[in-house]
Design a binder for this molecule. Structure first.
Ligand code: P6P
Length: 335
């Protein structure tokens, strides 16, 4: 029986990858894992606890009705970051503005974290997979001072680490620090994330496309042509067309494509001209992971991680997944 490597062991073993970080990033990643275990526990019992399901009764800056678990998860991560000492401030989907931590303890933190505490929360009440997405940057402002908006508004190429937690048939944490992608499965019997998917690579090609096809007539016509001609046609030598799989939870669709190959598309539409997904805490972190695993993430016209953010909750069109599939789709957009 092969040795079980826990996430904590793996992080400590890889600490040497960061000569300048004397353990802070390791501690931050460990803190995220602990918070994720608590959220996983809450997600898996949500239907049994009155105050866990349903709407929270408020609307976030996105104009989306917050679910109770959205707020519970958001608070769980914020409290973990506030007490961990490595983070000087955060921005999250569920908070209108960024949040500098004002204690002297936190002002000495070297990192900021941008995160979506519970992505796909409309799926919570129907028991479909949901996820957490996080993006970590080194602060630009001086250590010992309050975090600034500029600390949050960095291009994706400057990410130090990024990852997601998928609360699916099992709970998985997948992350990168720029040295490949590794996946860990939570063993509920020992309460540890254990290495289950070492050195993850996204297949260069796949046969699965994920898009809300309800949008296909209100987006760039090239996308409809791509889907009809590449995805819904029996191509030479193929036994059948591609499969359409759209879960309505970005993390779940993205993770499936990491394993099996595929493309996820959320384009600009006449209803959402900038697209729906948020650059800073959805598109950037998954773009970092995709590229580290051999995939591509683009707006259709530029690399996601090259974008200089202009607004905290900025939305961008999003094409992410297997290199050859995204390249093919882009050809249709150019046309
Ligand atoms: P639609 C969830 O709200 C989310 O941000 C992603 O997780 C998901 O892929 C997408 O939006 C679903 O959006 O418009 O297809 O319901």
């Amino acid at each position: 029986m092969s040795k079980v490597t826990t996430l904590h062991e793996f992080i400590m073993d890889r600490q040497a990858d960061f000569p300048y970080a004397s353990g802070e990033l390791s501690r931050l990643l460990t803190d995220i894992a602990v918070a994720s275990k608590v959220v996983s526990k809450d997600v898996r019992r949500a239907g049994l606890l009155d105050n866990f399901l349903g709407a929270h009764g408020s609307t976030n800056i996105q104009g989306e009705e917050q679910q109770k678990l959205d707020v519970i998860a958001d608070n769980q991560f914020i409290n973990m970051f506030k007490t961990g000492g490595e983070v000087c401030g955060i921005a999250s989907e569920e908070n209108d503005d960024f949040m500098p931590f004002e204690s002297e303890f936190s002002k000495n933190g070297k990192y900021v974290v941008l995160f979506d505490p519970l992505d796909g929360s409309s799926n919570i009440d129907v028991n479909v997979s949901i996820g957490t997405i996080f993006s970590i940057f080194r602060r630009q402002s001086e250590v010992g001072t309050s975090a600034t908006l500029e600390d949050m508004m960095q291009s994706g190429a400057k990410q130090i680490a990024a990852g997601y937690v998928l609360y699916g048939s099992s709970t998985m944490l997948v992350y990168t620090t720029g040295k490949g992608v590794n996946g860990f499965t939570l063993d509920p019997y020992i309460g540890e994330f254990c290495l289950s998917h070492p050195d993850m690579r996204m297949p260069e090609m796949g046969r699965i496309y994920a898009m809300n096809e309800g949008n296909v007539n209100i987006c760039d016509p090239g996308i409809k042509e791509y889907i009809e001609e590449k995805c819904q046609t029996i191509l030479e030598g193929a036994p059948r067309p591609y499969s359409g799989r759209y879960i309505g939870s970005l993390v779940a669709d993205f993770h499936r494509n990491m394993i099996k190959g595929g493309i996820y598309i959320y384009p600009s539409t006449t209803v959402d001209p900038e697209g729906k997904l948020r650059l800073l805490y959805e598109c950037n972190p998954l773009a970092f992971i995709a590229e580290q695993a051999g995939g591509i993430a683009t707006t259709g016209h530029e690399r996601i991680m090259d974008i200089e953010p202009s607004r905290l909750h900025q939305r961008v069109p999003y094409f992410v997944g297997s290199k050859k599939m995204v390249e093919q789709a882009m050809e249709y957009l150019k046309g």
